[in-house]
Ligand binder design. Structure first.
Ligand code: SF4
Length: 293
């Protein structure tokens, strides 16, 4: 009679020996690991070669920057428009352009306070009402371009603002994006990702900051630190990276990971002359030691 011994991934079949004969052991081939998605596959591979690295990074950054707490910074449509205005420019310039929209196209909603949080590179917007999105969508393009000119790249951003607002209205009937908070994070990100000029980063910023959705936007600071430490594969595109990093952290840790990585990229791990001596990640950073554990 055969006995089957279950040893996890491998089933061992043992033929019961006849009296005096040697037991014949047949090993079934190890079951092929099946990963549900590239993110968990990558997380498991990294864990095998560099155990505990994501947790180490979170804890080390927290010693310096603490545990930032999520708080909604703006309504989601304002967050999206402000994020588009930050593309390829400093956050302070985006604030100037957003404030110019408020002045040129005043809205009639509630006064909002801007809670930019520690990762934001500007001063924060003054309290104010969201602009009149309809007026922006239908404004003459040349006029809108002039309004946002102080924020930089107006020729690129003015048509992008209008096409984004147009598409939201055509698909939803108004300009509200509150419905995204009810959708699963990846589905909501995919919905936004179809818009011209909105990639996974911009979509993730909106969903993380407006709803606390479990996503990790990878801007240039986050990317630099993660690649240097070795948490992002060197050749992974940013598009793929946005998916891969989701397997590294618990959903509840993604906000802290994003905010503290941005702070670290701004304050310590500069593009030029990073301050390794002051860095709590240096013992496990592959940029300073290619064999770091
Ligand atoms: S050790 Fe240097 S390169 Fe590595 S994360 Fe710290 S500052 Fe950046």
């Amino acid at each position: 009679m055969d006995e089957i011994e279950d040893v996890g991934l491998i089933e061992v079949v043992i033929d019961a020996p006849a009296a005096g004969a040697k037991a014949k052991v047949k090993r079934k081939r190890p079951k092929k690991r099946k990963f549900s998605d590239p993110a968990s596959s990558y997380a498991k591979r990294l864990e095998r070669y560099r155990p505990g690295l994501p947790r180490f990074m979170l804890d080390a950054l927290a010693t310096r920057y603490g545990h930032p707490q999520w708080e909604r910074r703006l309504d989601p449509t304002s967050e999206l428009i402000l994020t588009i205005l930050t593309q390829s420019t400093a956050d302070t310039n985006a604030e100037v352009a957003f404030e110019a929209l408020r002045q040129a196209y005043p809205g009639t909603g509630e006064v909002q306070a801007h809670h930019p949080g520690a990762g934001w590179g500007g001063d924060g917007l003054p309290d104010g009402v969201a602009p009149d999105w309809g007026a922006i969508e239908f404004a003459p393009l040349a006029e809108l371009t002039d309004v946002i000119r102080p924020g930089g790249l107006p020729n690129q951003k003015a048509p992008r603002l209008q096409s984004t607002l147009r598409r939201i209205r055509e698909e939803r009937g108004d300009y509200s994006l509150e419905f995204l908070g009810e959708m699963p994070a990846i589905e909501a990100r995919d919905w936004l990702d179809q818009f011209d000029g909105i990639g996974k980063k911009t979509a993730s910023v909106l969903l993380l900051f407006s709803f606390g959705q479990p996503l990790l936007p990878i801007d240039r600071h986050v990317e630099r630190v993660m690649r240097r430490v070795g948490l992002l594969p060197p050749k992974a595109t940013l598009d793929a990276g946005h998916d891969l990093v989701l397997g590294l952290f618990e959903p509840d840790d993604l906000y802290e990971a994003h905010v503290n990585l941005i702070q670290h990229g701004r304050k310590v791990c500069h593009a030029q002359r990073p301050d390794h001596e002051a860095c709590p990640l240096r013992t496990r950073c592959r940029y300073v030691d290619p064999k770091a554990p």
